[in-house]
Design a binder for this molecule. Structure first.
Ligand code: NAG
Ligand code: NAG
Ligand code: NAG
Ligand code: NAG
Ligand code: ZN
Length: 447
């Protein structure tokens, strides 16, 4: 009886109202072919190589050719350059660096170096999507730069995803720019990602999405649970870059779950859960796990939408630990605990999202909802974008639902009146390309 009632309520809510049901965007032939090239064995070889540098601690040796973070940096850059060589000049690899002055986790001034492979967009080079993992590693003592620190899961697994997608996408031509990033200094204080995000902000780059992969190597929990087809996606609510007044306004209209990060998360969930990836994306509405952080926070702080992927369960015996055996139990972030078929599926989720973002028109800018009079319909306005060459769609959902449910095609306009009460539902506006790709939605604020 309960089940029947639940189904009845669902069908009423899911089908009533203007527009048609939203059918999730599916990967096109080019994207499917790229996702099929994702190779667990290559990703394993990447993680094995990263582990072979002994430690990649931020304070470890930067000039030794065999051991330490410098050797890892040079190997990652050299690999990325081999991928760029196949790109016909579209992909360029840089190693942006700066000197981090002493802080609580950096006793002496230290050079922090990122590796960034930039695949320039053919239509909108200044619209950018970033995918990132961090290559620094740590053990129990955050300042211990001598001990072996394999960092296989945290975060060679995330590095392997940035690198594998760079390899495959280098020979393709996205409409917008993709930056395949491998950053340093995460464990010491998100230093590399903060340097990257602040530099992009200072240079006026239009970063419309950042995907952070950190600890994406294992589907197993410490109690034996295995969820091979699940990945967690942490999605932040009220943007840390907002002023207090902006957040008050957002909260006053029930917009806590409609931040730009939420719209990015909704988009990822729409385009990446399908037969090609085989994955379920479990969105979690908080910036990160309790007491933890990651490189997506650096991008959120600059006002860029960003989400974090992390494996479905974490085994804390394998993170931030000295490699050792205690009473027969192995501690440490060893490669034996990484499942490369799982990491390859997480790469597919990222690849589907990244490519769909870069091929769609950008997220509409300046979206507002008219609040000048009390009405039971809604007038939405936004800035017209010539790249939205197949027009726009209004998407909407009940306020307590996670995903957009219905679509109202509205054509080549930048203002529309829809017979939907803004008091009762959440609405968004998304851009449509002639190639069929749809952008993430923009959430209109009172204006
Ligand atoms: C780093 O390694 C190089 C080459 O082995 C060595 O000459 C140098 O002294 C090392 N630096 C530090 C700070 O240990
Ligand atoms: C920092 O520099 C001091 C000397 O200025 C040196 O004694 C110390 O070993 C250095 N610490 C690290 C972690 O390199
Ligand atoms: C929207 O509501 C206003 C005020 O009630 C009304 O004047 C207008 O005709 C309505 N528009 C549509 C398209 O229903
Ligand atoms: C409410 O909407 C309906 C149609 O959607 C319209 O006929 C009616 O006039 C509206 N009422 C007010 C008070 O605007
Ligand atoms: Zn990490």
């Amino acid at each position: 009886m309960l089940v029947v009632r639940g189904l009845y309520a669902f069908s009423l809510l899911a089908t009533a109202g203007p527009g048609h049901l939203l059918i999730p965007q599916q990967p096109d032939a080019e994207l499917i072919s790229m996702l099929k090239q994702i190779d667990p064995n290559r990703m394993k070889a990447t993680v094995e190589k990263l582990v072979s540098f002994g430690t990649r601690h931020a304070l470890s040796n930067q000039t030794d050719p065999v051991r330490g973070i410098g050797a890892a940096r040079d190997w990652i850059a050299a690999q990325m350059r081999t991928y760029a060589a196949a790109s016909n000049g579209r992909m360029v690899v840089t190693v942006p660096s700066y000197v981090q002055q002493p802080s609580s986790r950096i006793p002496n001034a230290t050079v922090i170096s990122n590796i960034v492979a930039t695949l320039t967009g053919s239509k909108e080079p200044n619209r950018v999507y970033v995918i990132s993992g961090h290559y620094d590693s740590r053990v129990t003592d955050i300042l211990n730069f001598d001990a072996d620190s394999p960092g296989a899961d945290d975060d060679a697994s995330g590095v392997a995803i940035s690198m594998e997608l760079a390899r495959i996408m280098a020979t393709h031509q996205p409409a917008a720019t993709i930056m395949f990033a491998v950053v340093a200094g995460e464990e010491q204080g998100l230093f590399g990602s903060n340097f990257m995000a602040t530099t992009l902000k200072q240079n006026g780059v239009d970063v419309q999405g950042m995907l952070d992969n950190d600890i994406v190597g294992s589907p197993k929990g410490d109690d034996g649970t295995i969820d091979q087809f699940d990945i967690r996606m942490f999605v932040s609510g009220l943007p840390p870059s907002n002023t207090a007044n902006q957040n008050l306004q957002l909260a006053s209209i029930g917009g806590e779950n409609d931040s730009p990060a939420h719209q990015l998360g909704r988009f990822v969930a729409e385009v990446s859960q399908n037969a090609v990836t085989q994955m379920n994306v479990r969105a979690i509405y908080r910036p990160d796990r309790f007491l933890r952080g990651g490189d997506h926070l650096s991008f959120l702080s600059q006002g860029f939408p960003a989400v974090r992927f992390t494996e479905p369960h974490e085994d804390f015996k394998h993170q931030h630990q000295d490699t050792r055996v205690v009473d027969g139990t192995q501690f440490g972030d060893l490669i034996d605990f990484v499942d490369f078929d799982f990491t390859a599926r997480v790469a597919k989720v990222n690849g589907a999202a990244l490519w769909s973002l870069a091929q769609a028109p950008g997220t509409p800018k300046g979206a507002v909802v008219d609040v000048s009079t009390l009405t039971n319909n809604s007038t939405l306005m936004w800035v017209a974008d010539p790249h939205a060459d197949a027009g726009y769609e209004v998407v909407w959902r009940e306020t307590d639902k996670p995903q957009w449910a219905r679509v109202i095609p509205v054509g080549q306009v930048n203002t529309v009146n829809v017979k939907l009460s803004k008091d009762n539902v959440q609405m968004g506006i998304r851009a449509v390309g002639k190639n069929g790709f749809r952008s993430p939605a923009a959430f209109p604020v009172p204006g």
